[in-house]
Design a protein around this ligand. Structure first.
Ligand code: GSH
Length: 219
């Protein structure tokens, strides 16, 4: 069955689905859709009731929401599971998915990336320096403190790469695009962990794609 992903590459939630598809080795097409902007395909409007990206089409089935899409992919394509088989690990991975999609997205996406990159590139306005300062001085340090206390070896869970890393890695790429980096002297485990994710086989090709795309828009 053919898989189609509707969304924009630079959305952390679209990136999360792309990372999940890449990890599972599933081929797909992307149809570019920006929320609240431009012409949107009729099937997107009909099947994304909240108007948000991503939306996935798998055969005849349309699935909105990155978390629901990841749950679908894991059930339908169980090879290379996103959720560990152990219940405690699985529920911890789901917690990190929630943390990445809420607190991390507000700080790294809404306050940092939106102001450092999107303000000029897309919104045609000056950056809000107060949002950038809040992200850099308060929110992201608190996130790094937390991740530093949680990383268990190479990845977030001792059992290995999982949905937790896909979710946390996806939003952390926004930081990379904003040219903000984790201070390895202050958060050594987190800095090493993020570097491992960014250079790993799941995220490196996505990051290269996105960098080329941002450069083509003058970012
Ligand atoms: N819970 C959703 C969040 C998706 C989301 O907020 N996407 C943003 C783009 S990064 C969006 O479409 N925003 C448009 C809007 O809120 O109307 C998911 O995990 O897919």
């Amino acid at each position: 069955m053919a898989i189609t992903l509707y969304g924009a590459h630079i959305s952390p939630f679209v990136r999360k689905v792309r990372a999940a598809l890449a990890y599972k080795g599933l081929p797909y097409d992307i149809v570019f859709v920006a929320p609240k902007m431009g012409e949107q395909p009729a099937e997107f409007k009909a099947n994304s009731p909240l108007g948000k990206i991503p939306l996935l089409r798998d055969g005849d089935l349309y699935i909105p929401d990155s978390s629901v899409i990841c749950a679908w992919l894991d059930r339908q394509y169980p090879n290379k599971p996103l959720l560990p088989s152990d219940n405690v690990d699985a529920v911890r991975a789901l917690w990190f998915e929630e943390y990445a999609g809420s607190v991390m997205t507000t700080a790294m996406g809404g306050h940092l990336f939106a102001e450092v990159v999107l303000a000029k590139l897309l919104f045609n306005r000056e950056s809000l320096q107060s949002d950038i300062d809040k992200a850099i001085n308060e929110e992201i340090p608190a996130i790094f403190d937390y991740l530093e206390s949680q990383i268990a070896g190479d990845y977030l869970l001792a059992s290995g790469f999982s949905l937790a890393d896909i979710a946390v890695g996806s939003i952390s790429v926004a930081m990379l695009h904003s040219d903000y980096h984790c201070d390895a002297a202050r958060w050594p485990k987190t800095a090493t962990y993020l570097k491992r994710l960014f250079e790993g086989e799941v995220f490196a090709p996505l990051i290269a794609d996105e960098k080329a795309l941002l450069a083509s828009f003058g970012g």
